[in-house]
Ligand binder design. Sequence first.
Ligand code: DGL
Length: 274
Amino acid sequence: MIGIFDSGFGGLKTMKAILQSLPEYDYVYLGDNARTPYGIRSQDIVKKYTEEAMHFLWDKQCRLIIIACNTASAEALRYIQQKYHSKLLKEGKRVLGVTMPIAEEAVSVTRTGRIGVVATTATIESQSFPKELHKLNKKIVVLEQPCPLIVSFVEEGWHMRPEARAILKKYLRPLKSHQIDTLILGCTHYSFMMKDFIRIMGKNCRVLDDSTIVAKSLKSYLNRHPEIERDLSKKKTRTFYTTGDCQKFASLGKNFLGFEIKNIEKAQLQEINA
Ligand code: DGL
């Protein structure tokens, strides 16, 4: 079983791209909609919520978990990998994040070395993207911009409204003036406004779609790790859990995923106190 975790709906876009490229596996999606947004919370809280989500997905027999949420990847991936290092090794389980593959793609496509990052406030404060980008190339110039309100527009299904577009334009103004040639959408929710990002940034800036990058990177990971791949079940099941409202998840989620969500259940996460 492959687990896909996000703070809400955003990871459904990642899941859609993963399902297109790797349809044969069984998937469990967990959206922590009841506690979204993560991007305005402290690192300790994001760690705690992510850890609770990992336990939930491990209980659902997930051998491989993709933390699709950039905020959780930036703030909690290393913590999870270190704290559960022996468990993961002993049980042949893996937890992967999204910031590294996205940074790798950005460095490989930039021509001028000027890369913009839009993300939640927590991801920007973690400096996760500049760290990953500079590991790959110290000379990269990174310009960052938090766009916190966009997550709420997407969670409400309001991202096609003119108000959302006007706010996005305002957020992107400083990045436009710094002549970046590549823009990282460092938040699962932002690619729902992909067309607006492309239109506002103009033809000289390439806007990277995080969901396709993550799907490509997962495919390559499974090719490089046959010992993990062969233990993943392959019955094409898709099960969805949300900590929020199941009906809302089903009705909004199908727009994000591209098909009707049938197997949806309420998730009760066990509280973990650090
Ligand atoms: N899914 C989160 C991310 O990718 C954004 C939403 C949130 O703030 O919870 O960063």
